[in-house]
Ligand binder design. Sequence first.
Ligand SMILES: Nc1ncnc2c1ncn2[C@@H]1O[C@H](COP(=O)(O)OP(=O)(O)OP(=O)(O)O)[C@@H](O)[C@H]1O
Length: 302
Amino acid sequence: MRLDGVGKRYGRGGRWILRGADLALEPGALVRIEGPNGSGKSTLLKLAAGIERPSEGRVRPPRRRAYVPERFPPALPFDARGYLAKLGRVHGLPAAEARRRADFWLERLGVTAQADTPLSRLSKGTCQKVAVAQALLAEADLLLLDEAWTGLDQAARALLDEAAAERAALGGVVLFVDHDPNRLAGLATDGYRVGRDGALHRLPAAVGAASGPLVEIDADSPDGPLAGLLPARLPGDPDRAPLAGTAVRLTVQAGHSDALLRRLLTGRPAVRVLAVRRLTDPAVEAPPAAERVGAAAVEPAP
Ligand SMILES: Nc1ncnc2c1ncn2[C@@H]1O[C@H](COP(=O)(O)OP(=O)(O)OP(=O)(O)O)[C@@H](O)[C@H]1O
């Protein structure tokens, strides 16, 4: 996912909202976008989603994109299930798979009882859950969340935290805007601020970068040495260290450990989990912040 020298103004002669915005994100990036009201955060996400076109520069998104807008369009002529199944088709899923994923996310978000209710009759929070579901069911390479947590109840907020982290852990790119400065703290891999100059300025490591406790998972497999059997891509991109016999030790950020365990226990190869330990001293275990962020320029605070 790249932005190269992207500029945006609404209408000829309008003020430049974004100008010279550059961004290059690798699979697995979970990135916070900050900036004061009106600075252009939503504009940036809309450009990445392909809803707005840049006035200059280029947006190079990955193939499959999903977007939760700041405001869900009111009064769409669908019920929740029908809308999600339709959006699943728009995302390129076969009809049966679109319906299956629609029901899966309606259930996970606690909306099954309102699945057949017209969207126009749903409460604001329930509508927001439907907006979240339409983006998550796409399993997109680029997930854009614009204040997507606003209006959700606590359980749904936690579920969206988990789903966003899982998308990144599985190799997607996630860009999010949220007024809560602690949103996905410890899981975000990076952060950027939309500056007054319209460019993107990398945030200091402490604001955006993943940090915090690690979890060690010791596992083996009845099928042979596990280190050689595991897929290249695993949630959270754990460090891998072979243990005696067929076992391996996987070390991952605590926020990714549930997704990693779920993948190990439900996928191939067959895996036996021998031990799960939370490491208590992240300062010792985590790489130094400078190593994670490199020598990026950091805009001084206003
Ligand atoms: N469709 C539009 N037509 C004209 N101006 C627009 C349009 N959309 C946004 N703007 C203007 O662009 C500027 C940036 O808006 P944007 O919504 O991207 O900011 P934001 O940082 O997301 O703001 P907030 O934090 O309040 O959501 C604002 O001045 C806004 O009024």
